[in-house]
Design a protein around this ligand. Structure first.
Ligand code: ADP
Ligand code: MG
Length: 647
């Protein structure tokens, strides 16, 4: 019998792109920049780098291929390593934030677009690369848009470098024009007809419609797997629980329907399951985020259920507020999603919405994103005139100015808009400017050790505490243990305590289990912490510890997050000090329901039913003046000023 790798290698010849290999290689040899368009699943991402390697390009340098999503970079690299027949991380590897799975041997490197952007900081001419592929270009992520301009410039000074812009949609003309009329190559795809069926749900909860549709398909339709587009991990987990519950009610055998979730934070070892064919007699139901729209191809899908939503981040430059909102998809996305059912035979797409109401395309992220991080990166790359940067679609000027304002307030840029020493140190950390400023700022308060732990814990997101449905009370009690002893200890310091307690048990998994802590998140935090530690070393910040001086730790947090300060109002809600707006303590915060602190600093705002502050810590208003005198004036904190002046 054949090994997995043997099978993977054989399958290469059946991909639509296979017949165009030589023509493609000829075009790449002749054209420095080539725009390639091809249907999802035609083999662009997995095959082109291999063709290039076979044609000798890796003798002159690496082949870099960017992906907008972490999971895509990992998954595709692992597939290609299999096809090439090497161990992942050797000749074929990937690099995503906080995780580098490459070695000296690596010649085919998949990476997130954000990572290539960071590589430009140390390798401005990308000298170690012979080819750069900007893949999934139609996604128009913030980093991809910035890369367009930067690689275009690099190409001018490096005639030997080859650039490939690869896209699943016909936006190619725009790419071609941007790259000085670059040649476009269309890979003829195979697509079977897709029947579109419309389902309406009477009430707000479309998950119920989704679940009914899954069972309807299972009971009435011929074999073929089902792909459901959902908006995120939480929704996917909810759908999974509901589906399993309904299977029990209906007496559906668990071998009949195999549920496969796939989303960004899914642990690596579970990701492969989505690609495994369902055993005979069973039907696979894939619950996926947008990642399955074009980034990943899953074989065997004949039915798509599309509620028509996705999460997109949007930034309001006026208030400086960023939020991840569930929004209707675009017509272009709806087409892509439907197309996923027609890859191997005629398919059916169940749409739970009216296409008429959709916008034609999604607005590029650059026009709805917080630009602080990008502006700092560009400044560090020596780009002085950011306002006149060669953007494919320019961002709103207000958003750029807002970014400048913040970077100036953080001390990363000077009055002339030039990067400062502080700014240069901040750039070293692959995190947002406020977080990097917090880290850099910790030097002054002699608590860098605590601060990198907090930064690492904040970077793993909100998946530290585990709250199983049937044990919520126990879980909440366990969590509150990290808040006791000191009044209003706050979420940041609680996170620090979680980490340090875990460390004291010698990183015990059992301890995590007993305390309702997700050990996977903790391990990730440890990896991130190790990296931050390395960077701290690199820029020469001494590792200092001040574990019981909460004031020092809070001041260091404020050094980065002073713009995120809020004051208690009479009705128990909070009001942001700058950009006045009512905000609330997040129900998952340890401060929720506690005796309220008058002043808080928070990590981020999340908008669900209300504007919630996630990760908040008590602070003193006079610290705002002490730390950011150019940003806060006495009048901002006035009514809290001590009655008898202390000065
Ligand atoms: P494109 O980039 O044109 O959308 P890909 O190169 O990603 O196409 O996919 C080509 C083929 O490789 C598809 O048939 C897909 O099923 C397969 N494939 C890609 N990644 C994996 C993986 N991680 N495991 C199994 N198969 C994969
Ligand atoms: Mg692809």
């Amino acid at each position: 019998s054949k090994t997995v790798a043997e099978k993977a290698r054989e399958e290469r010849e059946f991909l639509p792109i296979h017949g165009y290999r030589d023509e493609l290689l000829k075009l790449i040899a002749k054209n420095q920049v080539l725009v390639i368009v091809g249907e999802t699943g035609s083999g662009k991402t997995t095959q082109i780098p291999q063709y290039l390697q076979e044609a000798g390009y890796t003798k002159r340098g690496k082949i870099g291929c960017t992906q907008p999503r972490r999971v895509a970079a990992m998954s595709v690299a692992s597939r290609v390593a299999q096809e090439v027949g090497v161990k992942l991380g050797h000749e074929v590897g990937y690099s995503i934030r906080f995780e580098d799975c490459t070695s000296d041997k690596t010649v085919i490197k998949y990476m997130t677009d954000g990572m290539l952007l960071r590589e430009l900081l140390t390798e401005p001419k990308l000298d170690s690369y012979s080819v750069i592929i900007i893949d999934e270009a139609h996604e128009r992520t913030l980093s991809t848009d910035i890369l367009f301009a930067l690689v275009k410039d690099v190409a001018k000074v490096r005639p030997d470098l080859r650039l490939i812009i690869s896209s699943a949609t016909l936006e190619a003309k725009k790419f071609s024009e941007y790259f000085d009329s670059a040649r476009i190559y269309l890979i003829p795809g195979r697509r079977y007809p897709v029947e579109k069926l419309y389902r309406r749900w009477p009430d707000a909860d479309y998950l119920e419609t989704v679940i009914r549709t899954v069972f309807q398909i299972h009971q009435t339709e011929p074999t073929g797997d089902v792909l459901v587009f959902l908006t995120g991990q939480e929704e996917i987990e909810r759908a999974e629980t509901n589906l399993k519950g309904r299977m029990m009610d209906l007496g559906t055998k668990s071998s009949e329907i195999i549920i496969c979730p796939i989303y960004s934070n899914l642990p690596t070892e579970l990701q492969a399951k989505v690609f495994e064919p369902a055993p005979k007699g069973s039907r696979k139901v894939v619950l996926a985020t947008n990642i399955a729209e074009t980034s990943l191809t899953i074989e065997g899908i004949r039915y798509v259920i599309d509620p028509g939503y996705c999460k997109i981040n949007s930034y309001n430059p006026r208030t400086g507020m960023e939020s991840l909102l569930v929004s209707p998809i675009s017509k272009a996305s709806a087409e892509q999603r439907a197309g996923r059912s027609g890859r191997t035979g005629p398919g059916k797409c169940f749409r739970l919405y009216d296409v008429k109401n959709l916008e034609p395309t999604t607005i590029p992220e650059i026009q709805r994103a917080n630009l602080a991080s990008v502006v700092l990166t560009l400044k560090s790359l020596g780009i002085h005139d950011v306002l006149n940067f060669d953007f494919m679609d320019p961002p709103p000027e207000t958003a750029l100015l807002k970014a400048f304002e913040l970077l100036y307030a953080l001390g990363a840029l000077d009055g002339k808009g030039e990067i400062t020493k502080v700014g240069e140190r901040m750039v070293e950390f692959p995190v947002d400017p406020m977080l990097s400023k917090m880290i850099v700022g910790s030097e002054k308060y002699k608590c860098s050790k605590e601060i990198i732990t907090i930064a690492a814990m904040l970077s793993v997101g909100n998946s530290v505490f585990y709250r199983p449905k049937n044990q919520q009370l126990l879980a909440d009690n366990a969590r509150m243990n990290f808040y006791v002893d000191t009044e209003n200890v706050g979420d940041h310091i609680a996170l620090l305590r979680v980490y340090n307690s875990w460390k004291e048990t010698n990183y015990s998994t059992q301890w995590c289990y007993e305390n309702f802590i997700q050990s996977k998140s903790m391990k990730r935090a440890r990896d991130i912490r190790d990296q931050l530690l390395g960077l701290l070393n690199k820029i020469g910040i001494e590792l200092t510890s001040n574990p019981n001086d909460f004031d020092a730790i809070k001041k260091a947090i404020l050094a980065g997050f002073f713009p995120h300060s809020a004051k208690l109002q009479k009705n128990g809600s909070y009001r942001r000090v700058k950009e006045p707006q009512t905000v609330y303590v997040h129900p998952n915060s340890g401060l929720f329901g506690a005796s309220p602190s008058k002043w808080l600093v928070y990590h981020e705002l999340v908008l669900t039913t209300k504007e919630y502050m996630r990760h908040a810590t008590e602070m003193k208003p006079e610290w705002l003046i002490e730390i950011a005198p150019h940003y806060y004036k006495l009048k901002d904190i006035e009514d809290s000023r001590p009655k008898k002046s202390q000065r």
